[in-house]
Design a protein around this ligand. Structure first.
Ligand code: SF4
Ligand code: SF4
Length: 217
């Protein structure tokens, strides 16, 4: 899931100060889950815009705006309202905003209403946790499913830095040192020899952006 948060209201209002007839588009998947762009937030932003006298040409929550087949359906269903629209304020992640732009055939102005933060897993305490930085060369097989790239503040691949203190990271004392966690798991599975092997440097040519993957049909 992609975690995003609503931009501060003054910032949203500033971005539309010279525009009227705004269409507000939400996302029914990630942005609904992290409460940055579901039905509730779309209604809230609509009220904020109405309060300052802006006209709203329409609102919609697309199930998954980052999937072409779905955003196309939402745009087609709302065509009449969109024909009156000067700009679409999109409460979704950056992929949702750009996918909407790519699939719009009317050449509308697209504005982001959210800041995109990270890809996350949602735990049982409703906390979004960043576990993966999408490095394109996963080493979780070696580290017993604890990612050193993401969970070590320095992204170290070959053991801890010298700053760990009582199992906590020197960069953020509230966080466990990822390499202590990796050590504990290696010990549990009798794999401490891991610490005698050197992981070769990452091949950053594999993670050149923007990434693209074409599914075979
Ligand atoms: S090593 Fe970490 S950042 Fe790389 S793919 Fe695996 S989990 Fe993601
Ligand atoms: S203390 Fe541990 S988690 Fe923090 S930067 Fe050093 S090795 Fe990484």
């Amino acid at each position: 899931m992609i975690v995003s948060k609503l931009k501060p209201i003054p910032q949203i209002l500033k971005s539309i100060e010279n525009l009227d007839n705004i269409f507000i588009l939400g996302c029914g998947t990630c942005s609904t889950t992290c409460k940055s762009g579901g039905e509730e937030e779309v209604a809230r932003i609509k009220q904020e815009l109405l309060k300052i006298g802006k006209k709203i040409s329409g609102t919609a929550v697309c199930e998954t705006p980052c999937v072409a087949s779905q955003i196309k359906i939402t745009l087609a269903k709302n065509r009449k309202a969109l024909e009156q629209t000067k700009a679409v304020l999109i409460l979704a992640c950056g992929s949702g905003v750009q996918s909407t732009k790519d699939n719009d055939r009317m050449g509308l102005k697209m504005l982001p209403g959210c800041d995109t933060l990270f890809a996350a897993a949602l735990d049982a305490k409703n906390e979004f946790k960043e576990y993966c930085s999408h490095c394109s060369e996963c080493v979780l097989d070696v580290t017993n499913a604890i990612c050193p790239i993401t969970r070590c503040a320095k992204g170290l691949l070959n053991g801890p830095c010298g700053g760990m203190n009582k199992g906590k990271c020197e960069v953020d004392k509230d966080k466990d040192c990822a390499w202590v966690l990796i050590y504990d798991e290696a010990k549990k599975f009798n794999e401490l020899s891991l610490f005698k092997k050197v992981q070769s440097a990452k091949d950053h040519s594999k993670s050149v952006k923007p990434h693209k993957l074409i599914l075979e049909s």
